[in-house]
Design a protein around this ligand. Structure first.
Ligand code: FAD
Length: 294
């Protein structure tokens, strides 16, 4: 169904990846969807630009997408049919150390383990333990990450997978500062660097409580799925989401900042857009913006 001047079934505010995924899912369900984006291009934190010069594609914010690779929702969209091509490097990430050696998270777990053992015997075994724990909790973890909040059923499955003792150990691992976890698990430099670098990607210091959860999760997701990047840059992920939506009659309108959501009888019924007046939402308004901004 195509949008008319009479509005749309759903108005999505913001063409970031979450807004575009939601719009695609509603379009799949037969809804007529319009996505209103304040910027000149869609994508939000998932976009590319040639600001470095002609012939260079630079990702403006995000660049690698292990969680997209892990997401059953993204997989179900079959974005490859809309031009998305994932690509991987053999080494997921690497940290050089001053003596010239390099700590490498390799796509092959055995290669990562071998590399860690070169820094300190048994550090490979520590990595294997951390990875085996990840494999043990992968299914409930995916369910917790990719189903609506609060993930109660997933938490129950996690408890079932680990047992009482395992759950306590997991809770401890998740709340430690990553520096402490690394000191407990590794004797060489490489393991701590791999974990701490991933924790710091979440803007957490190695001393922050809970930084081990982010460090462990991102490192293990990297070990399991790699850090895939879209061929041609992050903007290609947004491009595929947009093309898929348009193939189902949805529209993405850029240069369309929404300034207000109109509410009647406790229902969001329309939005006000700079330069375009009021756009009616027959069934729903979805806001892909920060809660404070909403
Ligand atoms: C520097 C940086 C690096 C990152 N690196 C990674 C990475 O490598 N891998 C990864 O997976 N994640 C990364 N992230 C996180 C990732 O970018 C975000 O998780 C993702 O962009 C969130 O998507 P979203 O759709 O929720 O919001 P956004 O991407 O923020 O999209 C929101 C959209 O809404 C629009 N909007 C806002 N207000 C209005 C309005 N009033 N009217 C209309 N439109 C509006 C915005 O212009 C924007 O396009 C990174 C983030 C940053 C900042």
């Amino acid at each position: 169904m195509r949008s008319t001047d009479d509005g749309a079934d759903a108005v999505v505010i913001g063409a970031g990846p979450n807004g575009l995924v939601a719009a695609n899912m509603l379009a799949d369900a037969g809804w007529d969807v319009v996505v209103l984006e304040a910027s000149v291009t869609p994508g939000g934190g998932v976009s590319s630009s040639n600001f470095l010069g002609e012939g260079f594609v630079a990702d403006v914010c995000s660049a690698f997408y292990p969680l997209a690779a892990a997401s059953p929702v993204i997989s179900s969209l079959n974005l490859e049919e809309y031009g998305l091509e994932w690509t991987h490097s053999a080494a997921v990430l690497a940290h050089p150390v001053p003596d010239g050696r390099v700590a490498v998270l390799n796509r092959q777990v055995e290669a990562t383990i071998e590399g860690l053992d070169r820094f300190a015997p048994d550090d490979g075994a520590a990595w294997r333990r951390l990875y085996e724990l990840f494999e043990q909790v992968l299914d409930p973890l995916r369910a917790a990450l990719f189903t609506p909040f609060p993930p109660l059923r997933a938490a129950a499955k996690l408890a079932g997978a680990l047992g009482a003792g395992g759950l306590l150990r997991f809770a401890r691992l998740a709340t430690l500062p990553v520096r402490r976890l690394a000191q407990e698990e590794f004797r060489g430099q490489a393991g701590p660097l791999l974990l701490a670098g991933c924790a710091m990607h979440a803007d957490l210091s190695p001393e922050s409580a809970g930084s081990s959860a982010f460090g462990w999760l991102l490192a293990m997701v990297g070990q399991h799925y790699g850090f895939p990047v879209p061929k041609g840059g992050a903007g290609e992920l947004t491009g595929a989401l947009t093309r898929r939506l348009e193939a189902r009659g949805g529209r993405v309108v850029c240069n369309a900042p929404v300034t207000a959501v109109q509410v009647q009888r406790r229902r969001a019924t329309a939005v006000t857009v700079v330069g375009q007046g009021v756009i009616r939402a027959r069934r729903a308004v979805l806001a892909d913006v920060a809660a404070t901004q909403l």
